[in-house]
Design a protein around this ligand. Structure first.
Ligand code: 3PG
Ligand code: MG
Length: 435
């Protein structure tokens, strides 16, 4: 996957360049609350502007309805609601048309980009309509325009060919720098190249950097190589667990998914989160680890509570119990103190660590201690060990807890980095020109 051409391998001067970014940033009341993905995209955009390209930027934001398409398509959730008689298709569409142009517009991103790039970024209020065309036509060398949310068209996810053509418009070069969306096969991430509409297709610096660190570590890890997996569900990480077991020396499990493993060991897990259907899978993985001589670590002690905190960051009473003694009426919420030390010691003896998924309910200060301990352990080995944080919740946790500048790499892609950890080929990268 690393054998792909990058923007540096093509001549961009005076060229019309379409760049797919992942500007799907968290927003609250119209304000961007986390700029990492915007900052991540800047090196490529700056390079293109400085080198005299005419740049059209595009991205999705959230999961809107296709309010710009001739036909608004409902998603599965909506369809169920309509079938259950809870609402009507018309009501859903009316609400989407009213709310989404304000809530899921990329206008705030364009505004921020324009500030960061010295007034060189315009915004088009549509994707393939009159405004987009006019603004693309008007681009001078070293100028950019950001198109409105791609997913206001169902044709984006539907990979509809005419939409791909309209999106490409007059582009001579396609640059994919949307690492966070590289695991999706959509019009703007892959089809535009797969259909042969834009032939010159290269990656941007963000994708290059993400691959350089993550794919390289997975392919040829410095050892000992420790993988830490947390998060709620085993089901979400099935192939990740199996693939990482092949690659790493030690696999550490925490978070909600640990309880299914503990259950598979025959322990009582009380009211803890449990993937009943995945107990056998956990048994298989423990057997796989044992056969391959790999270490698979589970929490030896557990922080338990009587209920889930409400609100999530509200006060909560806790107790620490050995992991084989979780009371039947309690639920595991974080790794215990002994486990924190065990996991931290493992990190300290590693040469490479990848981490995806929090160790507990880190949104709550009382239940964040396990996640903090792991983040602290990573920070302690900074400079001596390659430390990689898969995106999503663990990236948010590391940032929120103030450890962001003490790790080698924080990925801008949650789902995308997980698929990389699964050993999958990402469609947004596979479609690009080989070197
Ligand atoms: C993400 O935030 O996960 C990416 O932007 C991809 O978005 P999606 O999961 O809605 O496809
Ligand atoms: Mg996602």
């Amino acid at each position: 996957m690393m054998n792909k051409k990058s923007v540096k391998d093509v001549d961009v001067k005076g060229k019309k360049v379409l760049v797919r970014c992942d500007f799907n940033v968290p927003m609250k009341d119209g304000a961007i609350t986390d700029e990492n993905r915007i900052n991540g995209a800047l090196p490529t955009i700056k390079y293109l502007l400085d080198n005299g390209a005419k740049v059209t930027l595009c991205s999705h934001m959230g999961k809107p309805h296709s309010i710009f398409s001739d036909e608004v398509k409902l998603n599965k959730k909506d369809k169920k609601k309509v079938e259950a008689g809870e609402t009507t298709k018309e009501a859903i569409i009316e609400k989407a048309k009213k709310d989404e142009p304000k809530k899921l517009t990329l206008a705030p991103v364009a505004k921020r980009l324009n500030e960061l790039l010295g007034g060189k970024v315009a915004f088009a209020s549509d994707v393939v309509g009159a405004d987009a065309k006019a603004k693309r036509d008007a681009l001078k060398n070293g100028e950019a325009v950001l198109l409105e949310n791609l997913r206001f068209h169902w044709e984006e996810e539907g990979k509809e060919e005419n939409f791909c053509k309209a999106l490409a418009y007059d582009a001579e070069i396609f640059v994919n720098d949307a690492f966070g969306t590289a695991h999706r096969s959509h019009a703007s991430t892959a089809a535009i190249v797969e259909y042969g509409i834009v032939k010159t297709a290269v990656c941007g610096f963000l994708i290059e950097k993400e691959l350089e660190v993550m794919a390289a570590t997975l392919e040829n890890p410095p050892r000992p190589f420790v993988a830490i997996l947390g998060g709620a569900k085993v089901a979400d990480k099935l192939n990740v667990i199996s693939n990482l077991l092949d690659k790493c020396d030690t696999l550490i499990i925490g978070g909600g998914m640990a309880y299914t493993f503990l259950k598979a060991k025959g322990y009582e897990v009380g009211q803890s989160l449990l993937d009943e259907e995945k107990i056998q899978y956990c048994k298989d993985m423990m057997e796989k680890a044992a056969k391959a001589g790999k270490e698979l670590l589970l929490p030896i002690d557990t922080v338990v509570t009587t209920h889930f905190p409400e609100p999530i960051d509200g006060a909560i009473e806790t107790e620490i119990v050995p992991s084989d003694k979780i009371p039947a009426d309690k639920m595991g919420m974080d790794i215990g103190e002994k486990t924190r030390k065990l996991y931290a010691d493992k990190v300290k003896s590693a040469k490479a660590v990848i981490w995806n998924g929090p160790m507990g309910v880190f949104e709550n200060p009382t239940l964040a201690k396990g996640t903090i301990a792991v983040a602290q352990a990573l920070a302690d080995v900074y400079g001596k060990c390659t430390t990689i944080i898969g995106g999503g919740d663990s990236a948010a946790a590391v940032q929120q807890l103030g450890f962001a500048d003490k790790v080698t790499h924080i990925s801008t892609g949650g789902g995308a980095s997980l698929e990389l950890f699964e050993g999958k080929v990402l469609p947004g990268i596979a479609c690009l020109n080989d070197k």
